[in-house]
Every structure is written in C-alpha cells, then in structure tokens.
Design a protein around this ligand. Structure first.
Ligand code: NAP
Length: 285
C-alpha cells in the first residue's frame, strides 16, 4: 500500500511522470536482507524510481531488486544498464534478457549504456531500438555522456529517442551545470544525478561549507542531505537517485520531498560549494 508519494516530474521527451527522488542500488549486495527492506520501505514512501545495473554485484543486485519489487512491479520505474564491453548489437540484447531474468520482470522502463566503451555507439543504439520493438524495454538512455557523446547519439537515432543521461552530480562536483544540463534541457533529455551525496563522502556539517547546509537545514526543520537533494534538483530537469541501504536513510531522503529552497538559500549554497571551472568531457567517480 502506498503510504506517501513523492512529487513526480516529466521525465524525457514523452514527459513520463517520475518521482524526482529515486533509489540507487550500487553495492547493495553487501547486506541483501537490509537492502531489500530499505528498497521496499522506499516504495512505500513513493521512491519508486529504482536504478540498478548488470555490473552491480555482478548481477546479484539485480536479483535482490527483483526480490524487493516482487508483486509490486507496476509501482516501479525500473532502470538498468548494460556494461560497455557487452554493448555490441547481439550482446546488448542478450545482456538485457539476462537483466530481465534476474529482475523477474519482462520489461524495463529505461535501459542505459553504463558508459561509453569501444563498441560502436551505433550498434548499441540499434540494439536498444530492437529491444523497444520487442517490448523488452519501454525506452533507453545513456550514462556518463559528455555533450559530444550526446550529439553523436542524437545524430544516430534522432530527436526524442534518448530519454535520460545519468551523470555524476553532487555539491562538490557541479561540472554538468556548464554544458550537460543545458544541452539536456534543450533536447528534453532528463538528467539523472548519480552519487548525489558524493558516494558516501558527504561534506562535514560541523565546519566549513557544510555549516551552510546545516544552518539552512535547521531553518527548515530538515536534514543537511535533504537540503543537498533540494539544491541539486532545483531545476525541474534533474532527478536524484541516492542509495540508502538503511531504512532510516530512505525515510530521511523521502522527506526531502516538499522542501523548497528560496533564492537566497540557493545563493548561499552556490557560494559555499562553487560551481568551479568549465572542463572538457563529463566528470566521473
Ligand atoms: P550516494 O547516493 O551519493 O551515497 C550513498 C551513501 O550515502 C551510502 O553510504 C548511504 O548509506 C548514505 N546515505 C544515503 N542516504 C543517507 C541519509 N539520509 N543520511 C545519511 N547517509 C545516507 O552514492 P552512490 O551509491 O554512488 O550513488 C547513488 C546511485 O547512483 C548508485 O547507488 C547507483 O544506482 C547510481 N550510480 C550510477 C553510476 C553510473 O556510472 N551511472 C555511478 C555511480 C552511482 P547506507 O547505504 O548505509 O544507507
């Protein structure tokens, strides 16, 4: 039963309504029982955008996600990813079939190329189109793509096919604001922010720039991480997928819904965690 819901935003060219806060699953294989509990609690709270990948735990994470969503597939916006070394035409199709099997479902909402590798992009995208035709995926996107890569993908499949670009984005790594976010907004490609808490290296709120987060959080009766999520997703094109293997963390993240920062608060965070210079490519972990 849905206890709560998280605000949905239009995702990608077809404006599919998707909760702006989702759930990441990287390294969830470390404590599968706790992870399944946390994912299910997230579903109860409306964190129904679940992000996984064949890479995570070499398939074990997809299996535990499958267990977490059993009987609840219809509630979930389910995303998985193909590894670049598997991204030839034939292998992409086989990798997707293996992911579906592990997830216990017959369709993914989005299938992503995890990052660009040596396989020709044209082959991967052609496989994605075949998977759409076969009804095995509803849509597809990319991950860790810089603007040049996005342009190349768009030249191959045309406008309106790539639904999202999943990229590194947290308070201390804002490089995508220079070019990637504006490009995605122009082409109605959703931006999915991965590692929104810096992959576990969240700034200390006791000193330095983290104090600003703590002060703003206190003013709202919120947590510093909730403030970070609200800041990252201040533009409607951005979705966040924090990973939380503990129920208390899932609850904290879900409660970021409804937190709206005013212009002055946004300016203070912007000053505490400056954008930094323009760089080539796209940042990665
Ligand atoms: P993250 O979400 O930035 O940080 C996760 C860490 O934050 C975990 O240690 C988690 O603890 C902790 N945490 C979560 N919520 C918290 C809260 N409310 N209070 C205190 N601590 C909290 O790191 P991430 O896993 O790197 O990124 C998120 C997801 O993005 C991944 O899981 C994955 O799905 C995706 N991702 C994609 C790529 C890509 O190349 N496409 C790369 C990296 C990540 P607990 O787990 O103990 O609750």
């Amino acid at each position: 039963m849905l206890e709560m819901s998280v605000a949905r935003r239009p995702f990608g060219p077809k404006a599919v309504p998707v909760p702006w806060i989702g759930e990441g699953t990287w390294e969830m294989e470390e404590n599968p029982r706790a992870a399944i509990r946390a994912l299910r609690r997230g579903l109860d709270l409306g964190l129904t955008h679940i992000d996984t990948a064949e890479m995570y735990g070499s398939g074990r994470v997809e299996e535990l996600v499958g267990e977490a969503i059993e009987g609840r597939r219809d509630e979930v916006f389910l995303v998985s990813k193909v590894l670049p070394q598997n991204a030839s035409y034939e292998e992409t199709i086989r990798a997707c079939e293996r992911s579906l099997e592990r997830l216990g479902t017959d369709v993914l909402d989005v299938y992503l190329l995890h990052w660009r590798g040596r396989r020709p992009l044209e082959e991967t995208l052609r496989a994605f189109e075949t998977l759409v035709e076969q009804g095995k995926i509803r849509s597809y996107g990319v991950s860790n793509f810089a603007v040049e890569d996005l342009e190349e993908a768009r030249a191959i499949v045309g406008d309106g096919r790539i639904v999202c670009n999943q990229v590194l984005y947290h308070l201390e790594e804002r490089a995508i604001e220079h070019e990637v976010i504006p490009w995605c907004e122009r082409h109605r490609v959703a931006v999915v922010a991965y590692s929104p808490f810096g992959a576990g290296r969240f700034p200390s709120v006791k000193r330095g720039p983290g104090r600003t987060l703590a002060e703003i959080a206190e003013a709202h009766g919120a947590s510093p991480r909730q403030v970070a999520l609200a800041f990252l997703a201040r533009r409607p094109s951005v979705f966040v997928i924090p990973k939380a293997a503990r129920v208390a963390h899932v609850e904290d993240n879900a409660a970021a819904d409804g937190l709206v920062l005013d212009e002055e608060e946004i300016a203070r965070i912007d000053e505490a965690f400056p954008l930094g210079p323009r760089r080539r490519g796209v940042p990665t972990l």
